[in-house]
Every structure is written in structure tokens, then in C-alpha cells.
Design a protein around this ligand. Sequence first.
Ligand code: PMV
Length: 319
Amino acid sequence: MKKTARAHTNIALVKYWGKADEELIIPMNGSVSLTLDHFYTDTTVEFDPALTEDIFCLDGKQKHDPKVAKFMNLVRNLAKKETFARIDSINHVPTAAGLASSASAYAALALSATSAAGLNLTRKDLSRLARRGSGSATRSIFGGFVEWHKGTDDLTSFAEPIEEETDWEICMIAIVINGHEKKISSRHGMQQVVKTSPYYHEWVKTAEEDLKLVKQAIKNRDFSLLGEVSEASAMKMHALNMSAKPHFSYFMPESILAMQKIEELRSQNIPCYYTMDAGPNVKVICEKQNVAFIIDELSKLFAKENLLVANPGPGARLI
Ligand code: PMV
């Protein structure tokens, strides 16, 4: 049985940064994200008794990826199956966009592989499974605004939609700041801050408060609260990095330039906020009615082709 699934990437508003369990990927704090429409991964899986190992192709090129094989073992365990599979993944997340393609990748793989294995998992169980591939993938099973409950073990750590089909016209503009390989993977960065940042305890504590506020903002359609909390969560995450030992940072000069521009627009009463993940790109959170103006202003500093706009997107589904 050949099955294809599509899953979209997401941008975290309250960030996940640090693991309580490395193997099971249990986070130290809960997180909230928005699934995005324009960036997604399509993955086709077919189990074939003739294969002697899993064959994984990304964008048409065969890749050796031990993480994918490890993930497929989880699926085989669930399905009580020993057969290997052919896995074909097409990424529609521009790599340069610095949006975690691992989120859409593992959400699409969780759905396509379990379906191809004849399983029919609930979305909660799919979310738990996707989590084992990449933390942010936990949330990409669902559309719209999503919360990942940190939980304490494999059963209790999963995501749930807050508002799956939102009519709130929130947008994200990714400002692509190019050229440099990510120096520190999210996995490494997280390990370093949990172990060494003197502020880590405060991060976990204040994340609880941020979660409450961001959910309140979504419920009340309070854009400034949503933006303020999201921006603050991102900056706290980056402050952890700068306070780790040894310290590190994902900021590039252009990242600072972009953030200053957003602050300048805000001082002119244009509601817009920024967030950043484990890379130099800056993502702007704004409402649809202001996108054109913000793009015009940003294109004074950045090439238009490096400004990518996304809207709220759907959850993972079979296609
Ligand atoms: O799941 P990972 O390994 O892609 O880590 C994601 C970490 C951040 O993108 C920085 C934050 C988040 O919550 O998505």
C-alpha cells in the first residue's frame, strides 16, 4: 500500500527550547505555534518485502539518514512489521527560509508511514509519534494555532489544536537572511542552554506565563498581546543562548537590522512583531491588512525575493 501525506511547517509563538528527555523528546516547557500554509512537505511511503533496508529520497536524491531509519523502526514496532520501505519526500519549504523543515518532514512521515503500514492512528497518537522525529513536528499534525503540552512521558507529551481553522487573518513574513550554514543545531543549542545557562530555570517558569497569555490573546483576538508575548519568548530564547557556556548566537548583523526596522515601524503605530528560531532569519508577525505596507518598508532594506509571506495553514493529511 502506497500512501502520500502532506504536512505544513509551523512557527512557534511561545518557543520550545530544551529537552527534559533526549530520547523521547519530552520538552522542558510547553509551546504554542501557528501552522503555515505555503511551506510544506509531501512524503510517500511504500513497504516492500524485497527491500533489505529503508530507502529514503529527499527531493529526488537518495540520502543516508540514520534518523529516518530510527523513526521507521518506531513505525514498524507499532505495526508489528519487519518490512522495509521506500520513502520519497519532496520539500516545499525553501531551505533558505530557516523555517524548520523537520517539523513538516516528520509530521508528513508519521502520517504516510503509519497509513502505509495499515495503521489508523488518532491525531493525538500521530502527534506523539511525530515528536520522536523532531520536537517541532509534534505541532505540525494540526492546523492553525496549536499547543504542545509538554507532558512528562511518551503518553502525555502531545499537541492539540487551540483554533484549527482560524478566521483571524494573521500573517508571517519570513525575511531570508542568507549565506551562512547554521552553526549550532537546535539539538546542540538546547543541550547547551539547559546545562549551562544561569537563566534556564527562569525560562521554564516564565514560559508557563507566556503560554497563558498567548492563549488569552488568541481567544480575545488581541494582536498586540500575541505579538508582545511571541517577541519576548523569542528574545528570551536567544538570551539563553548568549548566556550559555560557551555562549553562542544565531544573530547576524542583518537580523538586528530587520528587528530594528520592525521596532521602527511599531513606533509609527504599525502593529508588527518579530520572532527568530535557530538561525539568522527574522520572521515578522502581522495582520493581513498591513502586509503590503510592511513588505514595502522591508524592501527598502532587503530584496523582495527574500521576503516570503505565509498565512495560517492546515494540519497533516493524506493526499
Ligand atoms: O524540533 P526542532 O529540533 O526543530 O527544534 C525547534 C526549536 C525552535 O524552532 C527554535 C522553537 C520551536 O518551538 O519550534
